[in-house]
Design a protein around this ligand. Structure first.
Ligand code: ADP
Ligand code: MG
Length: 333
């Protein structure tokens, strides 16, 4: 369905010396610097899959999405969606895809939503009966009723995002690109949006590429993830695989007397943990230790703890996916 092959994007940026003199110099003798935002990225997405496309800020995610949607042209490499190269036939291509950039809206600021949707209906050439049915469906899953007659500028962020997602789905696209659709939203709206994505995907077998910083989005929606960093592929596989491959982090929690501080602080030195393999947090008498069980087995951590510290309510659990990803980002793998 979606083929991304050795995709690369360079931006030329004019660099200028500071101050007015620098600005003038840059105007007449521009010094250019090349930024490689996307540096050889490849992945495939089969039809009907929801792919979590993740990576730290500045990794190149949005730039990839912009190339996939035809907004930007790749410097080299290729993307093909449903057999089409986005840049070659944008007019027809946009009828097959839906796009939402969470950071900005595609809706007309001063128009009521209903009118915006009517305009989109014309642009995408959706038939009247199909449009009515579609609106009823979107209304239901995204709960647009309360604000569908209001101008876009009066909507809250959560309402606007639901409205944007509805707009992107109006023409029943085969592929949906969502770039940070839950950014800045409260839990209720996030839930609503996740349910909508699940429903659309289940009912219409829509292929979805989802960029997000919210790990819950990924856990709830995506079986598979592609992770990139500095414009390069870092991981491609299912979430479960990521957990077993990198998921050796454990979290040891206990309560202790504050007099035990010295012993509590002795783990790192005693076991010789590297920075990435160990962290400790204390909140009053509650101590939380994250450690890499591939470096020191859980049993050893427990016995050391019991020997050295008088503890209450000790527990060990697997680190969650958020922890794993934070670690991966930090290491750059
Ligand atoms: N139009 C542009 N001109 C110059 N540099 C850009 C442009 N768009 C993005 N970049 C740079 O490319 C890199 C990747 O950006 P982006 O794709 O937005 O990352 P992400 O979405 O993963 O946070 C960043 O270093 C960013 O500053
Ligand atoms: Mg981005």
């Amino acid at each position: 369905m979606i083929y991304v092959e050795n995709l690369k994007k360079e931006f030329k940026k004019v660099i200028k010396d500071p101050g007015l003199k620098g600005s003038i110099k840059a105007l007449f003798h521009p010094k250019k610097e090349i930024i490689t935002a996307v540096d050889d990225i490849s992945f495939h997405v089969p039809k009907g899959e929801i792919l979590g496309f993740i990576g730290p800020n500045g990794a190149g995610k949005s730039t990839v999405i912009k190339m996939l949607t035809g907004i930007l042209t790749p410097t080299s490499g290729e993307c093909r969606i449903n057999g089409k190269i986005p840049q070659n036939d944008r007019q027809n291509y946009v009828k097959e895809i839906g796009v939402v950039f969470g950071q900005r809206t595609q809706l007309w600021w001063d128009l009521p939503l209903t009118e915006t949707y009517s305009v989109l209906k014309e642009i995408y050439e959706v038939e009247e009966s199909a449009f009515k049915k579609r609106m009823a469906f979107l209304n239901e899953v995204l709960e647009l009723d309360d604000f569908i007659k209001s101008p876009v500028r009066t909507l809250s962020l959560g309402q606007r995002m639901r409205a944007d997602i509805a707009a992107s789905l109006l023409h029943s696209p085969k592929v949906l690109f969502l770039d940070e659709p839950t950014i800045g939203l409260d839990v209720v709206v996030k839930d609503n949006i996740r349910n909508a994505i699940t429903k659309i995907n289940a009912e219409e077998n829509t292929t979805v590429i989802l960029t997000t910083h919210d790990i819950s989005d990924i856990e709830l929606l995506c079986k598979r993830i592609v992770m990139i960093d500095k414009g390069k592929n870092v991981f491609d596989g299912d979430l479960h695989e990521l957990k077993t491959k990198y998921g050796q982090m454990r979290e040891l929690t206990f309560e202790t007397d504050t007099r035990d501080v010295k012993n509590v602080l002795s783990y790192k030195e005693h076991f010789g943990f590297a920075d990435d393999d160990f962290s400790i947090e204390a909140d009053g008498s509650l101590v939380k230790i994250r450690f890499n069980s591939a470096v020191v087995p859980v049993s050893e951590m427990l016995s050391y703890t019991l020997q050295k510290i008088s503890v209450k309510d000790m527990s060990v659990k697997e680190a969650d996916i958020e922890e794993i990803i934070r670690r991966l980002y930090k290491q750059g793998v």
